[in-house]
Structures are given as structure tokens and as C-alpha cells.
Design a protein around this ligand. Structure first.
Ligand SMILES: Cc1cc2nc3c(=O)[nH]c(=O)nc-3n(C[C@H](O)[C@H](O)[C@H](O)COP(=O)(O)O)c2cc1C
Length: 155
């Protein structure tokens, strides 16, 4: 087993809509379940932050496919590391959609993790991002066994 975790940020193109996000997440959850890829996708318009966990060749191939997607641009790698165990084992692709209301709701948590989600995250933020995402996924997410839908307001 050669597990890795890869985290990147990117920016949605102009005109990107909540509906497009739902399509991406539905596709991702279906494909990632088949490929045994886990992780989360945070979207705080216009910024994506995604974490992908899985077998190295699978994750690398997925990143290539994602990077070619015209719905976003300016992909920047935050971190890439070997993993012994998955941190997001229960999430085939947990959407953390932080719209304006959700951002207000989670502001104290973001402050606690010293993360400003209104701006693009940096490589130095990655450790704290993992902690925050885990808390958010626990708060708002649904486990992959429960199906592919995400919680209302966060899906
Ligand atoms: C920010 C972003 C993240 C994405 N993440 C994933 C993902 O985790 N898994 C996935 O299969 N597709 C993901 N996609 C979609 C892929 O780029 C691609 O459209 C999709 O995998 C094609 O799937 P299909 O062959 O089933 O239509 C993502 C797209 C974007 C813009």
C-alpha cells in the first residue's frame, strides 16, 4: 500500500454556480468511491481547497484529470505527503460549502484554527486546515456509508 494525501487550492472561473458545484460533488463521490479515494472539497467562493487521499497512482491520475477541468484555474499545491492511515476515511468527497451564512457560523472555529477562508490558503496553513476540515466534516457532513448526499446547506 502506498497511500498519499494531496491538498491543493484553485479558483472557480467566472460564472461558476452552486449547481455546478453540486454536479462536481455528485461525480466526485461516485468516482471516488469506485477508486477508493477519500477527502474533502471546501468551497468558499471563488476558492476551492481540496484534499485527496488514496493510492499514489490513483490520486496522481485524478489530480491530472481535475487539473484539466475548465471550471477552475490557477491550481496551487499546498502539500503532498505519504500516509499511514487516512484522516478522512469515511468521506468519498465531503463537500464543505462555506457560503456567506456558513462562513459567519464557523467564524469562531476558523479563528481558533487561525484560518481566513475568505482568502486562498497557503502551504503553511495545511496542518491547521486538516484540523478545521475534520471538525467541519464532523459537524456538517454525512458518512459515505450513508449515501452520496451532503447535509442541507452544505451540499
Ligand atoms: C475543484 C474540482 C474538484 C474535483 N474533484 C474531483 C474528484 O475528487 N473526483 C472526481 O472524480 N472528479 C473531480 N472533479 C471533476 C473532474 O474534473 C472531472 O470532471 C470528472 O472526474 C469527470 O468524471 P466523469 O468521467 O465521470 O464524467 C473535480 C472538478 C473540480 C473543478
Amino acid at each position: 500500500m502506498d497511500l498519499i494525501r494531496l491538498t491543493y487550492t484553485s479558483v472557480a472561473v467566472d460564472g461558476f454556480q452552486a449547481e455546478d458545484l453540486r454536479d462536481i460533488v455528485a461525480k466526485s463521490q461516485r468516482n471516488n468511491r469506485l477508486d477508493d479515494v477519500t477527502g474533502f472539497m471546501m468551497y468558499a467562493a471563488p476558492n476551492f481547497t481540496q484534499c485527496l487521499e488514496g493510492e499514489r497512482p490513483v490520486v496522481k491520475a485524478l489530480l491530472k484529470r481535475i487539473a484539466a477541468d475548465p471550471q477552475h484555474t490557477d491550481i496551487r499545491l499546498l502539500a503532498s505527503c505519504r500516509l499511514d492511515t487516512r484522516q478522512f476515511a469515511d468521506w468519498s468527497m465531503q463537500l464543505l460549502h462555506l457560503d456567506e451564512d456558513a462562513l459567519k457560523l464557523v467564524a469562531p472555529l476558523c479563528e481558533q484554527y487561525r484560518l481566513d477562508l475568505a482568502n486562498r490558503l497557503q502551504p503553511a496553513d495545511e496542518d491547521r486546515l486538516m484540523g478545521l476540515a475534520e471538525e467541519l466534516a464532523r459537524l456538517f457532513g454525512r458518512r459515505r456509508e450513508a449515501g452520496s448526499r451532503t447535509a442541507p446547506g452544505y451540499g
